[in-house]
Write a protein that binds this ligand. Sequence first.
Ligand code: GLN
Length: 240
Amino acid sequence: MTYTLKAAHLYGDLMNTYGDIGNILAMGYYAKAVDATIDTDLISLDDPFDPAKYDFVLFGGGQDYEQTIVSKDLQTKKAPLTAYIENGGPFLAICGGFQMLGHYYIGAQGEKIPGIGALDHYTLSQDNNRFIGNITIKNAETGQTYYGFENHNGTTFLGKGERPLGNVIQGHGNNGQDKTEGVIYKNTFGSYFHGPILARNEALAKRILKLALQRKYPDADFSVLDELHEDLTKNVVIKP
Ligand code: GLN
């Protein structure tokens, strides 16, 4: 392989709802089209996170119990994770992971689970309710439509410098009120979508992959990724 991306799967052993790791697998699938490979480290409790080492970070969803455990450890990684995000590092945070990048999440039992405040959103709790079901959103910048499945108690409200990943067409989204879903801040993408989101949404997978490749290899040309269409079997050679 000509190009190698180094990915960190944050707390992948504790927060990986609905196989969120599939997001890295989906990116790896498209990466083959440009002769790139993705090498993934699991970064969990007590493991250091070195922002200079990674080209992509995935932080998946989880249950409140696991989020409580992760929340404590996450504080020790607050500075390097914030530096990575501020530096334009490509990051995908799903559901619980999305919540934890913000200021806090009030769990279903009313407990306050601190995030790291790297992004300016906060998440409240619903009374005996969860948003569960299929969801469709439209991204304002690209006009692309994204499909997913949401299952969350938390209701998230975006803050300063944050724009939504999309506007809700069908489903609940961040809070069921303002029609926003997910977040984009610099090269960090957050969403409530499981599915996993990048396996179901090719355009977004390629967008984030291209960001990561271009950031690491600024002189290389990855435009072939834009030319790949639905019928990937014609364009992508899957090597064992
Ligand atoms: N526990 C969080 C909530 O219920 C996140 C859920 C998830 O990651 N699927 O809102």
